[in-house]
Design a protein around this ligand. Structure first.
Ligand code: IPM
Ligand code: MG
Length: 356
């Protein structure tokens, strides 16, 4: 199996190092055969090559069995024009691989229920999945820009747009997964104020009625969904939403699980395309280089890569169980609060490997 690792910026290299150690350990005690390569993305690529994702790196990603990424972004590149910002490298990678659906599971591990800022009884046993559309909507819509108006004022503008096929293909992913879980999809938009949201609602409803009568479909406005996620998160099973709302709501959902440092993700496309697996958190420049970042989201992204990208559910189960046992044994990085063993990135990686 050929894995391309893209550490990126900030804490990226530190958490990717632990993810790689977990993978390498698995290879030593299973029949998994690995070929691990590294590449640059984000600010690291910009510094080396003058662009946040090179054509060559994208080509290598296409030829890999799975891509595992750390994080991108940082102050250093904040003044770059958008097309040269670290974030653009990630957007180009998602788009270049045609990864239209992003699976963001928010699972609250038993021993972390008290680490959440919400009451433990609200989050205990939480298992929801956000299916975020990933290569459309306001992130990619045209026209966009900042212009100077005749009266001298400046105007910034972006376009939120979806076509039916873009809605249909990501909705199918959500419906199909819901069938394997709790059988419920909640489709989230702002159809009360946005045409792109109205079309979203209509298309999802049409598809649900035509092909997924066995899935219970509901609709919710995005603002209400944000509120419901912190009021009663366990009411949800699968949340299907657009690119921007998915970005927002997955950060909210992450805090339900104890820390933003716990949420993995899988970006997937049509059958046969290479998937991209990454933690949902950012590059956390404030703690970069200190060796204290929580590697769990990245290690759980490795589990998603094994399950979805490499078809090795057996190994994915082992990684997830090892993370759970490590947390049960009281290992905590700083973001998770105090535990029996207060560890940094390396210490958490060591503990997970020993539980493997
Ligand atoms: C995420 C991140 C990215 C996004 C950034 C880094 C471009 O916030 O994966 O949630 O906005 O999609
Ligand atoms: Mg985000």
């Amino acid at each position: 199996m050929k894995i391309l690792m893209l550490p990126g910026d900030g804490i990226g290299p530190e958490i990717i190092a632990e993810a790689q150690r977990v993978l390498e350990h698995l290879a030593t005690d299973s029949d998994l055969e690995l070929e691990i390569e590294h590449g640059l993305i984000g600010g690291a690529s910009y510094d080396a090559h003058g662009e946040p994702l090179t054509r060559e790196t994208l080509e290598r990603a296409r030829n890999a069995d799975a891509v595992i990424m750390g994080a991108v972004g940082g102050e250093k590149w904040a003044e770059n024009p958008y097309h040269l910002r670290p974030e653009q490298g990630l957007l180009d990678l998602r788009q270049g691989l045609d990864l239209f659906a992003n699976l963001r599971p928010a699972i609250c591990f038993r021993s972390l229920a008290s680490a959440s800022t919400l009451k433990p009884e609200l989050v205990e046993g939480l298992d929801i999945l956000i299916v975020r559309e990933l290569i459309g909507g306001v992130y990619f819509g045209e026209p966009r820009g900042i212009e100077t108006l005749p009266d001298g004022e400046r105007r910034g503008f972006n376009t939120s747009s979806y076509r039916t096929s873009e809605i249909d293909r990501v909705a199918r992913v959500a419906f199909d997964i819901a069938k394997l879980r709790g059988g419920k999809v909640c489709s989230v938009e702002k159809s009360n104020v946005m045409e792109s949201g109205l079309l979203w609602r209509e298309e999802v409803a049409k598809l649900g009625a035509a092909e997924y009568s066995d899935v219970a479909l509901s609709h919710m406005y995005a603002d209400n969904c944000g509120m419901q996620l912190v009021r009663q998160p366990k009411q949800f099973d699968v949340i299907l939403t657009d690119n921007l709302f998915g970005d927002l709501l997955s950060d909210v959902a992450a805090m339900l699980t104890g820390s933003l440092g716990m949420l993995p993700s899988a970006a997937v496309g049509a059958a046969g395309t290479t998937g991209l697996f990454e933690p949902i958190h950012g590059s956390a420049p404030d703690i970069a280089g200190k060796g204290i970042a929580n590697p769990c989201a990245t290690i759980l992204s490795v589990a998603m890569a094994l399950r979805i990208g490499l078809n090795r559910a057996d190994l994915a189960d082992r990684v997830e169980a090892a993370v759970e046992k490590t947390l049960d044994a009281g290992y905590r990085t700083a973001d998770l609060g105090e535990g029996k063993h207060n560890v940094g990135s390396r210490g958490m990686g060591d503990a997970i490997i020993s539980h493997l």
